[in-house]
Design a protein around this ligand. Structure first.
Ligand code: ATP
Length: 254
């Protein structure tokens, strides 16, 4: 990547829940226009970190700047320029997708065309469907559309492909790459290492509230290989997921 301007800067972030230290002095930067992945086991502190950056959760200490705005002093400015996936419970079940997008656009004061938002995530055929009638993959795509309503500079996606089938996952990766290519910075958490490898420009591994590695996937893999690491079993040229995709095709079908 040519430009390496930090759009998010996190310094010495600490979050305590009573006596429990969930985040223990995290520092990292997210560059403009990259897909940045936070990886790590359950309970590592990824969601806590995201929610603090999103201004949805208080920190214990540390400094966070998002596009020049401080989470302490200018949280409202940060809210204007970020897109956050809402929990499903936040959607009115009896409104159709167009009506839901209109509702959110009204809340944000955003002047957008609902159908265009649905086209971005390939849900134009479901414009009149209710949220509750969507499949898992369609719900994920719809929730990504809602993050784009205020034309944000940064979107945050917390495990966006959990529970999706292989086609839906790969198609969602394409969608996220399109969003990045259109100029939006993407911060994502995932447990899927293949996803991080395919999708992320850089990844940070978080373990017990600390960053234990941060680099591009290629550099992290090269470093491991140059340390003498070898896989125990010879790697096949394809895996079972490739067989699945080959048999069932790549189109959206959920
Ligand atoms: N409101 C809370 N009160 C007390 N402890 C909390 C609270 N929220 C999170 N924790 C604890 O903080 C730690 C980090 O949780 P967090 O949800 O940030 O992890 P995570 O890396 O996102 O995990 P997962 O991959 O399971 O989503 C966990 O041990 C969790 O139990």
């Amino acid at each position: 990547m040519e430009t390496k301007k930090a759009i998010i800067s996190v310094k010495n972030l600490v979050k305590k829940y009573d006596d429990f230290v969930a985040v223990q002095g995290l520092s990292f930067e997210v560059y403009e226009h990259e897909i940045f992945g936070l990886l790590g086991p359950n309970g590592a502190g990824k969601t806590t970190t995201l929610e603090i950056i999103e201004t949805l959760r208080d920190k214990t200490s540390g400094e966070i700047i998002v596009d020049g705005f401080s989470v302490d002093k200018q949280p409202q400015d940060i809210k204007q320029i970020i897109g956050v996936q809402l929990q499903a419970a936040g959607y009115y079940p009896n409104l159709n997708l167009i009506e839901l997008i209109e509702l959110f656009a009204g809340l944000y004061g955003a002047n957008i065309k609902p159908m265009e938002m649905l086209e971005k995530v390939n849900l134009q055929d479901k414009a009149k469907a209710k949220y509750k009638a969507l499949s898992g993959g369609q719900k994920q795509r719809f929730s990504i559309a809602t993050t784009l309503i205020n034309q944000p500079k940064i979107i945050f996606l917390d495990e966006p492909t959990t529970g999706l089938d292989p086609q839906a996952r790969r198609n969602l990766w394409d969608l996220i790459i399109e969003i990045r290519n259109a100029g939006t910075t993407v911060v994502i958490t995932t447990h899927y290492m293949d996803e991080a490898e395919q999708l992320c420009d850089r990844v940070a591994f978080v373990e017990r509230g600390q960053i234990i590695a941060l680099d591009t996937p290629d550099n992290l893999i090269d470093k491991l290989v140059s340390s003498g690491f070898e896989r125990k079993k010879e790697v096949k040229k394809a895996n079972l997921e490739d067989v699945f995709i080959n048999l069932t095709g790549q189109e959206w079908r959920e």
